[in-house]
Design a protein around this ligand. Structure first.
Ligand code: APR
Length: 261
């Protein structure tokens, strides 16, 4: 990370430099967590896919059905806050219909047995927290928080529609506390994540296409920190060559079968 907070954008086709031999498809090579001091699980939408939460890209992805320019950027919110809030209320309602899966629970269990297991997520759905896991950094915010430009953040766990759409202090529209495209990312959150990743010795990317920056720049950071690099994704990604071990399988399967304490 060069310190300048980059606005969030997607960069398909970025080629990651790969000094290491091509990553091995690792079938079911076990990973012993006790051999690692600081383990970072870096998660994306694919972690929640088996719970029924749609991913963003690929078949049935949210951005193949909706234009972020209409529902997930500040310009859209300034133009039509009601439409943007309705879009996110739909997302909240659909996430509440979903249950966390065995992979979420396995990650929570790993944290319970190994204090060095940390989670940095791009997800805004709160599925990991619902499974009892602790998330150290929510890089792209949360659909369960709103913010007033003047009066700051507040939680909103109302089932579906937001409890309120206007700030009680100033009446301004409350914006979902989500990092949208073209938004600057939260410097403090990224600094915390960067600190963890620069010091980890095992880095596990779960269910991310690794095309959205600046979050995706944490992958080369982990590699340059000398971490053992593990990718869990049924599909290969543009970052796959960065990894020492690839588990080409669903998150729930890999998280419950690969990691041993
Ligand atoms: N298990 C593991 N990985 C899976 C599974 C599964 N069951 N199902 C799909 N995947 C993989 C896909 O192959 C894909 O590579 O998850 C990845 C999801 O990629 P994206 O939809 O691009 O999601 P993500 O990488 O999290 O997006 C990053 O983009 O739109 C923004 O802010 C949003 O945080 C999001 C960011």
């Amino acid at each position: 990370m060069n310190g300048a907070v980059e606005a969030m954008d997607a960069r398909p086709g970025v080629v990651f430099p790969s000094a290491r031999p091509r990553s091995m498809l690792s079938a079911m090579k076990p990973i012993h967590l006790s051999q690692h001091r600081c383990v970072v699980f870096f998660t994306g939408a694919g972690l929640s896919a088996e719970s029924g939460v749609p991913t963003y890209r690929g078949a049935g992805g949210i951005w193949s059905q909706y234009r972020y320019q209409d529902y997930a950027c500040q310009r859209a919110f300034d133009r039509d806050p009601q439409a943007v809030l309705e879009f996110h209320e739909l997302r909240r309602a659909s996430v509440l219909e979903c249950a966390s899966h065995a992979g979420h629970a396995a990650l929570a269990a790993m944290q319970a047995t190994h204090a060095g297991v940390r989670v940095v997520t791009q997800n805004i759905d709160g599925m990991l927290q619902r499974a009892g896991a602790r998330v150290d950094a929510e890089l792209h915010g949360s659909m369960w928080r709103v913010r007033c430009a003047r009066h700051g953040l507040r939680d909103d766990f109302a089932r579906g529609p937001y409890a309120t759409r206007r700030c009680a202090d100033c009446g301004a529209w409350l914006r979902p506390d989500i990092t949208w495209f073209e938004d600057a990312v939260d410097e403090a959150v990224f600094a915390r994540a960067g600190e963890l990743i620069a010091n980890c010795d095992l880095f596990v990317a779960v269910g991310t296409s690794a095309v959205v920056y600046p979050a995706a720049s944490f992958l080369p950071l982990a590699r340059s920190a000398g971490a053992m690099m593990v990718e869990i994704n049924p599909e290969s990604t543009e970052a796959s060559d960065l990894f020492d071990h690839r588990y080409a399988m669903p998150a729930s399967e890999a998280l419950t079968r690969v990691f041993q304490t």
